[in-house]
Every structure is written in structure tokens, then in C-alpha cells.
Ligand binder design. Sequence first.
Ligand code: COA
Length: 172
Amino acid sequence: MRQERTAIYPGTFDPLTNGHVSLIRRSRELFDRVVVAVAADTPKDPLFTLEERVRLAREAIGGSDPGIVVEPFDGLLVDYVARRGSCILLRGLRAVSDFEYEFQLALMNRRLRRDIQTVFLMTDYQWLYISSTIVKAAASLGGNIHGLVPGCVERALREKYAQGAPSGKRHA
Ligand code: COA
């Protein structure tokens, strides 16, 4: 019997965008199980807390597909992947500009654990220009982000900025 394939899709997800959702859904055509792993340890300065990022991702993806799981992780990514019993790291590529950073990350992770492979999926063309940062920048100034993020994320961003989250700060 074929072994089940679990891919780990790590990120800061601050917040999850429709680009992420599209990639997660498409990745299910390749893997039996996809774990959306929300990083506690990130070089970024997130706008949303870890708990908020996990809750929003869970709400956005919904419970319709039992093959998709959202969970937080801390510490070294490759150790978490191994603990989870997987050897596949999934990352999205939007443009050539992503390549250098992704290449560096993949090689470093490979150096840390040779048994873990990074697999890249191209982001759907509709989402090529969006990132969590650009969505936050527009939302913080009252811009219309409808259609770029799931409904729960849109509401959460509106609430965050209405509560006075600093719009000038680059939460990236
Ligand atoms: N559609 C739209 N946007 C996308 C996208 C897609 N399909 N895929 C990625 N992006 C955007 C994200 O919105 C994000 O935008 P931002 O920079 O404005 O926030 C950016 O591309 C990449 O972010 P993300 O996919 O969330 O990944 P990340 O670079 O924030 O994740 C970790 C980095 C979490 C994987 C890394 O910090 C990590 O591994 N941390 C754990 C600790 C560790 O092991 N460190 C050593 C690593 S060698």
C-alpha cells in the first residue's frame, strides 16, 4: 500500500491571503494531507498574534477538507517537519524576485536536514502581485481589499486598523 504523503506549507501568514488559499487548495491535488504551519518564530514583526493568524487561517480554509490542517509551530522548521513525520516542504513562488530568498531558504533547510525536500508551486497568475504586506498597506489606509483575502481576514484587518494599529509601520 502506498504511504500517505503529507506536505508542510510553512509561513508567517500575517495574514493569509487568497493567494495562499489558492496554493493550498491546488496542493491537495498532489498530496494526501497538507499542513499549513503558522510560524511563531519569524523574522517579521507580525500585525496579528500567532493565535490570531492560526484562527484566521482555520476560519478561511474551513472544515470542508479533512486533508488540510492548520497548526502553529515554533523552533526550527526542519525539526518540526521531521516531528510531523513528513519530508516535504511546500513553498509558493510568485515572481523571479521570490526566487533568491526561496533558494536560500531551501538550501539552508537542506543543509540542516538532507532528508527533507522543498517543493515549489507557482502561484496562480491572479495572485502574482499580492503579498500580505501590500494587502495590509492598502487596508491600513482604508483601501478596498475585497476579493484579495478571505472574508474573515478582511473583517479582521478592518477591526485591527479601526482599533488604531499603526498604519505607517511596515508589518512585514
Ligand atoms: N500568494 C500570495 N502571496 C504569497 C503567496 C501566494 N501564493 N506565497 C507567498 N506569498 C507572500 C506572503 O504573503 C508573504 O508576504 P509578506 O512578505 O508581505 O509577508 C511572502 O510571500 C512570503 O511569506 P510567507 O509565505 O508567509 O513565508 P515567510 O517568508 O514569511 O515564511 C518561514 C518564512 C516561516 C518559512 C521561516 O521564517 C521559517 O522557517 N521560520 C521558522 C524558523 C526557522 O526554521 N528558521 C530558519 C530557516 S532556514
